[in-house]
Ligand binder design. Structure first.
Ligand SMILES: *Cc1c(COP(=O)(O)O)cnc(C)c1O
Length: 476
């Protein structure tokens, strides 16, 4: 019995283990999360063996240098963890919100919240006060209402799902009136006419590509019309002889006809971006204030959170969405919920948002900062690629990406690689260079343009890691 209690006493506290020299090399958030979890895991396993009076385990805990041994087990387990084809990469493409590279990078506050949710149980749909089943949306609804002025909100898997849910809940087998200038393709398979069709709505186009007037809408609305829709043209712009109808006018018309006015903002920012010197984008609060009954927007574009789609607006309409069985198929899980809640919490303290939200930090990074990084790295790469490529620091433009206007560019700096190769072999040399960068332990993704290879350093944060793997770069 005493040996059993001695063994319990010999088990180290997790905090103590984590402070040990052997584990000091684990520094990134994900490594620390892994190590912490594994430390708990190892100690718990030993504790249950002691509880079962396993003499071998008890002897081992008492007689060995148990802290050192556990650290060794943790390090081994880390080294042998399953590898994945999904890897952390350096996004040096110059496109900040890059859909193919996973869009927004999350703040540590969100990662910490995700860890808690992932490792344990959470009251995602459980009311702690009554002990009854709760409402999944409640965790986010108050936050969203506070940030947007909306009465109610719901969250689904992404914005495409949000649009689909709105159309299918409010306009199934009915007409949706939309301007011809907004029948856009957002990229991938999101094309407005096709989305309408798969939500079982009938598209009723009005106006022309460049000009639509309020009378066009007026004449189109009849008893078959379920709603008036606006889609933010996101990735293209019509210039010249153009005319559109303001949100205020459309919402007035919709109210007079007793149908909802729905606006799909796409990126949908919660704050006035122009205050940071960024291009002006319609805000969710502004659109709701202008009278939109529902607004849909992405969680992982300008908002800077996890992949999700948010619908905010009138309570009676949100209730209809929640009653649609599709909502069940499109709902978010506890991990997304945790991350999105944490990100929205950051928005409640606007003064610190720029320093805490990685997306905003990257979008507002001063070009002089990026230039200094390029100047530090250029000599290292020049030396590494001597005889293979010329390396220069060049000013360039970054794109915001993911449905923000392609014309709205940000001043930035990049490393520019000019391959030294015979005429006719240049293209192959260029492709080879880009490929070699992508084959690094943490792949580097750049951009080829005008016969040169560019690494836009706007989104480089971990300069040390970038440098430390350059030894693995072998251009032949
Ligand atoms: C990006 C975008 C969507 C799709 O949003 P996802 O979050 O990628 O599903 C829909 N509508 C507009 C206007 C967009 O810009």
């Amino acid at each position: 019995m005493t040996r059993q209690s001695d063994a319990y006493r010999a088990l180290p506290a997790i905090e103590k283990l984590l402070k040990r020299e052997e584990l000091s090399g684990f520094t990134s958030v994900s490594e620390l999360a892994y190590v912490k979890h594994e430390a708990r895991n190892q100690v718990e396993q030993l504790r249950s063996q002691i509880a079962l009076s396993n003499q071998e385990a008890i002897g081992w805990v008492i007689d060995s240098d148990v802290q050192k041994e556990i650290c060794e087990r943790i390090t081994n387990s880390f080294a042998n963890r399953p590898s994945s084809t999904l890897k952390a990469v350096f996004n040096l493409t110059g496109t900040v919100i890059h859909t193919n590279l996973g869009r927004a990078r999350l703040p540590v506050e969100a990662v910490a919240a995700m860890e808690v949710a992932a490792l344990g149980d959470v009251n995602i749909e459980y009311d702690l006060d009554s002990g009854q089943r709760g409402d999944r949306d409640e965790h986010l609804e108050k936050l969203l209402a506070g940030l947007t002025g909306a009465e109610a909100a719901t969250v689904v898997n992404n914005n495409a799902a949000a649009v689909m849910l709105v159309l299918n809940s409010l306009a199934k087998d009915k007409d949706v009136v939309i301007s011809r200038g907004e029948l856009v393709e957002i990229g991938g398979a999101f094309r407005v006419p096709e989305v309408m069709e798969s939500a079982s709505c009938c598209l009723r186009e009005v106006g022309t590509t460049n000009r639509t007037h309020v009378t066009d809408y007026e004449q189109a609305v009849d008893e078959k019309t379920a709603l008036i829709m606006r889609v933010h043209a996101s990735n293209y712009q019509i210039q010249g002889f153009t005319a559109g109808v303001a949100d205020k006018e459309l919402s007035k018309l919709a109210a007079a006809k007793e149908i909802p006015f729905v606006s799909d903002l796409g990126s949908g920012t919660l704050i006035e971006l122009s205050q940071y010197g960024l291009p002006k984008e319609p805000t969710v609060a502004g659109t709701i204030a202008a009278g939109a009954d529902l607004v849909t927007f992405s969680g992982d574009k300008l908002l800077g959170g996890p992949q999700s789609g948010i619908v905010a607006g009138r309570k009676n309409l949100i209730e209809k969405l929640k009653r649609n069985p599709l909502k069940r198929a499109l709902r978010i899980d506890k991990i997304t919920m945790a991350a999105l809640t944490a990100v929205l919490e950051l928005y409640r303290e606007p003064e610190s948002l720029q320093s805490r939200l990685p997306l905003l930090r990257d979008l507002t990074r001063p070009p002089e900062d990026i230039q200094i990084v390029c100047q530090r790295l250029a000599p290292l790469l020049s030396a590494k690629l001597a005889g293979r490529a010329r390396v220069d620091v060049m000013s360039c433009k970054s794109q915001i990406g993911s449905g923000s206007l392609p014309m709205d560019l940000l001043d930035s700096f990049s490393l520019c690689f000019d391959p030294i190769a015979l005429k006719g072999k240049r293209d192959a040399a260029l492709l080879n260079l880009a490929h070699k960068f992508r084959m690094l332990p943490r792949p580097v993704v750049g951009r080829i343009s005008d016969g040169r290879y560019f690494l836009d350093m706007r989104c480089l944060r971990d300069e040390h890691e970038f440098i430390s793997q350059l030894s693995a770069l072998n251009i032949t």
